[in-house]
Design a protein around this ligand. Structure first.
Ligand code: SAH
Length: 273
């Protein structure tokens, strides 16, 4: 199950990504809550959780989520999305994660949903996707961690029902740029892609892209708030492993990337004809 590959961001293994999420699940929960993804700031007055829920609602609307749909949440984190989509959109969600700790947190979080959300410990890149099973496959900030995104999109395409949708929300930028390569290294992404690279590869997987958005100022505040929150409890960092401190330093790279336009946030929806 464990791949270790040289990638444009340096050498990285699946085990390192898994260890990161196992080891820092508590820190993510403390600073990010149930969701580990960008917020969508519409008025600019939202708190982080409100902005994260706006992001979920926005992506769900883009993906055309309807009651009783079957959703595969690939890279489900703490189950915050599964819980939200089951409660707010009456969907049935199966979440996949590589982290045992996240699996336990997610199962607990969704324990009262009468089976509307279930979870499996699985590596999406070697997962045996059942054919033509899901109405929506949801990748929120998880495909960035994959070693072969093109192969993954081909497998996702087979697992969608005809008319089903793939929703990909991803950090986007060119690996030719040193700042983007640094962001990829710090945040454990084998490589990041531009929006156009995503669109091209998703279409090569046999899906038709129906919408593609590139956001920046609407999401960048996520990192301003994270920097402020972490700054307020900076003393705690001295007790944390160097790896987490490097991750925290990465927040400044993110802010710089959004400021200078090299980093963007893309939401892409594609359908299976
Ligand atoms: N989508 C969640 C979590 C995003 S963090 C949210 O929006 O809150 C990235 C997630 O991707 C983590 O849950 C991590 O365990 C998962 N992940 C990374 N590589 C994976 C892989 N190969 N297979 C399955 N999940 C993976």
């Amino acid at each position: 199950m464990d791949r270790a590959k040289a990638s444009p961001a340096g050498s990285l293994s699946l085990q390192e990504i898994r260890d990161h999420y196992d080891q820092f699940a508590w820190a993510y929960r403390r600073y990010w809550g149930d969701h580990i993804h960008h917020g969508l700031f519409v008025s600019g007055e939202e708190d982080p959780q409100q902005a994260q829920e706006k992001m979920l609602r926005h992506c769900a609307t883009r993906a055309g989520l309807q009651p009783a749909m079957r959703v595969l949440d690939v890279g489900c984190g703490h189950g915050g999305t599964a819980s939200f989509l089951a409660r707010e959109f009456s969907c049935r969600v199966l979440g996949l994660t590589i982290s045992q700790t996240q699996l336990e947190v997610a199962r607990k979080l969704c324990g009262s949903l009468d089976g509307a959300a279930s979870f499996e410990l699985a590596d999406a890149e070697s997962y045996a996707f059942p054919a033509a099973t899901f109405d929506v496959i949801w990748n929120m900030e998880s495909s960035d961690h994959f070693f072969d995104k093109a192969a993954y999109f081909r497998k996702a395409a087979t697992a969608l029902k005809p008319g089903g949708k793939l929703m990909v929300a991803a950090w986007t930028g060119s690996m030719q740029d040193q700042l983007i390569a640094d962001i990829a290294r710090v945040f454990l992404f084998p490589q990041l892609w531009t929006t156009d690279e995503h669109v091209q590869q998703i279409e090569s997987a046999g899906l038709q892209v129906v919408s593609s958005e590139r956001l920046s100022s609407e999401v960048a505040r996520t990192w301003d708030l994270a920097a402020k929150q972490i700054g307020d409890s900076r003393w705690m960092l001295t007790f944390l492993p160097a790896q987490f401190r490097e991750f925290v330093d990465g927040i400044e790279l993110m802010r710089e990337g959004y400021r200078n336009g090299k980093l963007t946030y893309s939401i892409i929806v594609a359908t299976k004809r």
